[in-house]
Design a protein around this ligand. Structure first.
Ligand code: IPM
Ligand code: SF4
Length: 473
């Protein structure tokens, strides 16, 4: 308790949680939380709509629900019939459901279509202090605004559609303090890969992470979204950054942002959200930003990452027997020999895209590196904007031409090669430097091998043909 006010200091996550508790859970039961924004896509919504239909229930808050097509969409020839039957059915089903229930939808070809986690913030639908859910694990992205944003399962999607609430079990809090200044060429992606390498893919289990410290404050909203996006790869329930002037600046003037007096009132409220002095976290982690280097994964989970300047690790370097086994399995799948310098690994494909790194800032950063160069012989590069809005903006700035002159493929918006649910896939054995968030076996296509990297490393790698950072050019 604070001796003066008598109010217990709270963290950002606790404040947002408390402000949304409709019915507190008694005796360890979950609290019932109000949900401010429900994002919907084609993969996890069909059974939820079907459930409503069977019970004859309407969707309760159409004004807080928005759908977009992203996972199963092709990124070229977008006006042709989708060849794959499963993908086509998913898209058609979402369209039919949206029409029947009256849900706002941004379909392929629409100026606002794109990856669900790019579209929400872009429209100003994602705002500080909100609760945001979607049947998608990377909903954590929206935490960058100081929102409490969770991925949910299909039965929970139905619950939110029917009631606009969700029962949620209590969480623990973890502060990830990143202090210092990033060196040139080191980005938000490198911070989060370093964090996951440090705490492990299960390290965040049961926690809501709050990213704090001078290095986080110094990031743009795009960078903060990249970091929060991958909270789930550390096993966390959500990741958040406290709202500040950078946040307000980003939200201001967007289609759904409040205006006039409402804006002033909103900002006044948002300013009360940052974690109180004296509030305690269940766990604290400290990362020195001054020492960070470009990071890259060598294995088959996002925690198997190292600085790009290092070599492929030896399984026996790991203390724990399970980790040793996991490392040798990963090396086997990845077709890598321990001791090989990471920078000597040649790639077949470079993928610049996904909800982790497909916003305008990512495209600008990569274009700046590849400008005036040619893609390395034998390397295929795909540039996939996160939304049609990002694509249009990039075209306005001439970035598309830079990528095309470089020899890259310039595509329409969607999840694309982030996961093998659409035509953009790796062939078996192909190796890819990818700006996405998951390097699981087969994630980008059966037998495909993924190295997670930042947009800067992706661009430099496309020029050199081997994993590289801009400093290596
Ligand atoms: C398809 C969807 C449910 C899935 C997720 O939840 O994250 C996808 O977006 C992913 O990135 O693997
Ligand atoms: S871009 Fe990748 S991580 Fe993001 S929602 Fe799509 S499939 Fe999931």
């Amino acid at each position: 308790m604070d001796g003066v006010t008598g109010i217990k200091p709270r963290t950002l996550a606790e404040k947002v949680w408390d402000a949304h508790t409709v019915v507190p859970g008694k005796g360890g039961k979950p609290d019932l939380l109000y949900i401010d924004l429900h994002l919907v896509h084609e993969v996890t919504s069909p059974q939820a709509f079907e459930g409503l239909r069977l019970e004859g229930r309407p969707l309760r808050r159409l004004d807080l629900t928005i759908a977009t097509e992203d996972h199963n969409t092709p990124t070229e020839n977008i006006f042709s019939t989708i060849a794959d039957i499963t993908s086509r059915t998913q898209i058609e089903t979402l369209r039919k459901n949206a029409e029947e229930f009256g849900v706002r939808i941004h379909s392929l070809g629409d100026a606002e279509q794109g990856i669900v986690h790019v579209v929400g913030p872009q429209l100003g639908l994602t705002m500080p202090g909100m609760t945001v859910v979607c049947g998608d694990s990377h909903t954590s992205t929206h935490g960058a605004f100081g929102a409490l944003a969770f991925g949910i399962g299909t039965s929970e999607v139905e619950h939110v559609m029917a009631t606009q609430t969700l029962p949620l079990a209590p969480f623990k809090t973890m502060a990830i303090n990143v202090e210092g200044t990033l060196k040139s060429g080191v980005t938000a992606k490198d911070i989060i890969l370093a964090v996951i390498a440090e705490i492990g893919t299960g390290g965040g289990q049961g926690y809501v992470l709050e990213y704090r410290g001078s290095a986080i404050r110094g990031l743009s909203m795009e960078g903060r979204m990249t970091i929060c996006n991958m909270s789930i790869e550390a096993g966390a329930r959500a990741g958040m950054v406290a709202p500040d002037e950078t946040t307000f600046e980003y939200v201001k003037g967007r289609p759904h942002a409040p205006t006039g007096e409402d804006w002033d009132a909103a900002v006044d409220y948002w300013k009360t959200l940052p974690t109180d002095e004296g509030a305690t976290f269940d766990r604290e982690v400290f990362i020195n930003a001054d020492e960070l280097e470009p990071f890259v994964t060598w294995g088959t989970n996002p925690g198997q990452g190292i600085p790009l300047s290092q070599s492929v690790p030896f399984p026996e370097d790991f203390g724990d027997e399970n980790e040793q086994k996991a490392a040798s399995r990963a090396l086997d799948y990845m077709g890598l020999t321990a001791g090989t310098p990471m920078k000597e690994i040649p790639v077949d494909v470079v993928f610049l895209g996904s909800c982790t790194n497909s916003r305008i800032e990512d495209l600008r950063a990569a274009a700046d590196i590849v400008k005036g160069h040619k893609v390395a012989d034998g390397v295929r590069m795909m540039v996939v904007p996160g939304s049609q809005k990002v694509r249009a903006q990039a075209e306005k700035e001439g970035l598309d031409q830079i990528f095309k002159d470089f020899g890259a493929d310039w595509r329409f918006a969607g999840c694309s090669m982030c996961l093998g649910m659409n035509p953009d896939q790796l062939a078996p054995g192909e190796r890819c430097a990818s700006t996405s968030n998951r390097n699981f076996e087969g994630r980008q296509g059966k037998g495909g091998r993924t190295h997670l990297v930042s947009p800067l490393v992706a661009a430099a790698t496309a020029i050199r043909g081997t994993l590289a950072s801009p400093a290596d050019l």
